[in-house]
Write a protein that binds this ligand. Structure first.
Ligand SMILES: [Mg+2]
Length: 232
């Protein structure tokens, strides 16, 4: 079996910055602070890391209790923000997930910087939560590089199969996704559907990089170790 571990924002979906707007509202409501978030600041980071950085930057307490209380308020705003924003599943993702879900030799889970409930709210909004019975989340660690082993352990428990990093493909849109795969010796697939160009992603030497997943042929060839692989 092969294990595919998917990043969320910029890889499966674009939330139209719903997450950022929920966080901006949470900071205003809880602390009376007006904040701005640059698009690249959040990309590839975990919520627990970024929320802590945000509190610190504004001179606020940033211990675990403060971070968790900010997360709770963020999560309360997220379901309202998603329908207001021009979000979407990214090109090719829906048919690809559906196709992969029908294969007995493929396991799919999440490896994301979202906290689990945030991931669930976002992916249920786009009706793709159903494809991911397990995952690793910002609840597991504020360091993305530590998430891989959690995801592989949960995949192995769920499928009663001992997945190894060599069987695993970590798919994401930022250099942080590539790095967190490399630190455990997993295969890494970069997609330039988020905040980074394909040239920038390629400079971090993933196993393969794709402009998008509109044509799944090369992606599926890579997973199946086809000798015809010619990554774009
Ligand atoms: Mg991402």
């Amino acid at each position: 079996m092969k294990l595919l571990l998917w990043d969320i924002d910029g890889t499966l979906i674009c939330s139209g910055r719903a997450g950022e707007h929920a966080l901006i509202r949470a900071m205003k409501m809880e602390f009376g602070v007006d904040i701005t978030i640059k698009p690249l600041e959040l990309a590839g980071r975990t919520d627990t890391y970024f929320f802590g950085q945000l509190l610190k930057r504004h001179g606020l307490s940033y211990d675990l209790e403060a971070i968790h209380s900010l997360i709770e308020i963020y999560l309360s705003h997220l379901p309202e923000e998603l329908p207001k924003r021009p979000g979407k599943t990214l090109g090719g993702i829906l048919p690809l997930l559906e196709q992969l879900s029908r294969r007995e030799d493929i396991a799919q889970g999440l490896l994301t910087g979202n906290v689990e409930r945030g991931a669930q709210i976002k992916l249920q909004h786009f009706d793709v939560w159903k494809y991911f019975p397990f995952g690793a989340f910002a609840d597991d660690s504020h360091l993305r590089n530590e998430l891989g082993p959690h995801a592989i352990r949960r995949a192995s428990d769920f499928h009663q199969f001992d997945f190894t990093p060599e069987d695993t493909f970590i798919i994401g849109d930022t250099p942080y996704d590539i790095e967190c795969g490399k630190v455990i010796g997993a295969n890494t697939i970069a997609v330039a559907t988020g905040s980074h160009s394909i040239e920038e992603l390629q400079s971090h030497e993933p196993t393969a990089a794709f402009a998008d997943l509109e044509d799944p042929t090369l992606f599926l060839n890579l997973i199946d170790n086809s000798p015809t692989l010619t990554p774009t």
